[in-house]
Design a binder for this molecule. Structure first.
Ligand code: AMP
Length: 445
């Protein structure tokens, strides 16, 4: 984060009503059991409702989607024809191929997630506000159909949006509010040119809200060019480190290949990989060695001399990959690291925080990545819930999850109800079914 960002002087409100939100939204927030605004919501929503531009320094998990979605819905609901028409047919305000609120996001997962959140916040507008998500990697035709007659809110990844504009499925000249979500990721994923092309198509007069976890030079340039006297809200202090948490879903049996891919692609140095057992450390190190990655292990069975040697090598940057168990890692006396990877999830949610806290050197962006296969999905939700975080599930190109097989496997993991009248319901994991489905499918590690 740069020191150019200052904290807003707004006095944070304790309730959503105090923020000035209208009753259809307040009713929904009560249903969703949002008891009070998160810090960014409390600080930003009044300014956004007042039509100000905004720079928000916040991570996923801070409640930033509602920060822009709630005021956007409120503003659109007050325009003639939006809420009124809901009582009759649930038609929406935009006419033709126009969009009123445009939200640009870096990934398709985020596009879906943000659109789902907006639709959920808007349920008491009874269909009056139309929200559509468009993103690459799927057929464009369904998205064109969805955009017929325009949309009030469009959540889009930049590349697909440009395609839709060039085929006249949508126009940007009536955009009133632009949201750039995860601006840093958008730029780091190579969307700079697409963004420039899109921004050129937008009207000059509009409200712009920009959210970013970090503020590298490219993002600063963008904010200077795009925002008009913005309110600046920074949730991290200027010199603290920033930790980005990511979760990659992967097919069972493909974690090692994905780990290899990530390490080689990003040329990571000083990567700390967590596994759950001592023998897993050795096992994974051997598998990586076969893939030309030299890794050292750090666990409770190692003698003190060996531990010291490994640690010194890792600290000095001579060892790129260190595979460790939680118990050994607790005693690790090392500076914070650029990358920490959960190859296996920790059993305890508090160990998750402990592990990821190993990353994020002061003033630098730290990265904590969890690799999860279907067997981890449920446990990862528990970790999120306990730690009050919610992370977007991402997939790495070339390692996409087979959705069909995964759905079958998840179904097979569900507890099986005992026959009626036989007393207690039994929890049963159909292990053999899982094994059958994967047989012949998984790539050998
Ligand atoms: P986000 O940072 O927008 O991805 O939000 C993270 C998670 O927090 C989502 O699951 C939201 O539904 C939830 N959330 C957002 N705001 C609140 C709130 N004020 N109270 C409780 N949960 C919230």
């Amino acid at each position: 984060m740069t020191s150019e960002l200052t904290t807003s002087s707004t006095t944070p409100a304790n309730t959503f009503a105090e923020l000035g939100l209208i009753s259809p939204l307040l009713a929904r927030l009560t249903e969703l059991e949002y008891q009070q605004p998160t810090p960014i919501q409390a600080q930003a929503i009044p300014s956004v409702l007042a039509g100000r531009d905004l720079i928000g320094g916040a991570n996923t998990g801070s409640g930033k989607t509602a920060t822009f979605a709630l005021p956007l819905l409120q503003q659109l609901s007050k325009q003639p024809g939006v809420v009124k028409s809901s009582a009759s047919k649930g038609t929406h305000s935009s006419k033709g191929n126009y969009v009123a609120g445009l939200i640009l996001v870096p990934t398709r997962e985020l596009a879906k997630q943000v659109a789902d959140s907006i639709k959920s916040y808007a349920v008491h507008f009874n269909g009056a506000i139309k929200t559509v998500a468009v993103f690459g990697g799927v057929s464009v035709n369904t998205q064109m159909l969805a955009l017929r007659g325009g949309t009030d809110i469009l959540v889009a990844t930049p590349g697909r949006l440009l395609d839709l504009i060039s085929s006249n499925a949508i126009k940007l000249d009536r955009v009133q509010t632009l949201v750039l979500d995860e601006a840093d990721r958008m730029l780091s994923l190579g969307f700079t040119e697409e963004l420039a092309a899109l921004l050129a198509l937008l009207p000059k007069k509009k409200q712009t809200l920009l959210f970013s976890a970090t503020f590298p030079e490219q993002v600063q340039t963008l904010t200077q060019e795009l925002l008009n006297n913005p309110v600046e809200i920074q949730l991290q202090s200027a010199d603290s480190s920033t930790l980005v948490q990511r979760v990659f879903t992967v097919n069972k049996g493909e974690k090692t290949a994905l780990l290899e891919h990530l390490i080689k692609q990003h040329k990571w140095r000083q990567t700390l990989v967590f596994v759950n057992a001592r023998n897993h450390c050795e096992h994974l190190a051997e598998k990586l060695a076969k893939r030309d990655i030299t890794a050292e292990v750090f666990h409770g069975d190692k003698g003190q001399g060996e531990r010291t040697r490994v640690l010194e090598g890792f600290k000095a940057g001579e060892i790129d990959v260190l595979i460790a168990t939680d118990i050994a890692a607790r005693g690790l006396d090392i500076e914070k690291l650029p990358v920490v990877i959960n190859f296996n999830l920790p059993r305890s949610p508090s160990d998750y925080m402990h592990r990821i806290g190993r990353s994020g050197r002061a003033g630098e962006v730290g990265l904590a990545i969890s690799l999860i296969d279907y067997e981890d999905y449920h446990h990862f939700k528990v970790i999120e819930k306990k730690n009050k975080i919610r992370l977007e599930r991402e997939q790495v190109e070339g390692f996409e999850v087979d959705e069909e097989i995964t759905a079958e496997l998840l179904e097979a993991m569900k507890p099986v109800a005992a026959p009626e009248g036989s007393g207690k319901k039994k929890r049963k994991k159909k292990k053999s079914v899982n094994a059958d489905i994967w047989a012949g499918y998984t790539k050998p590690e």
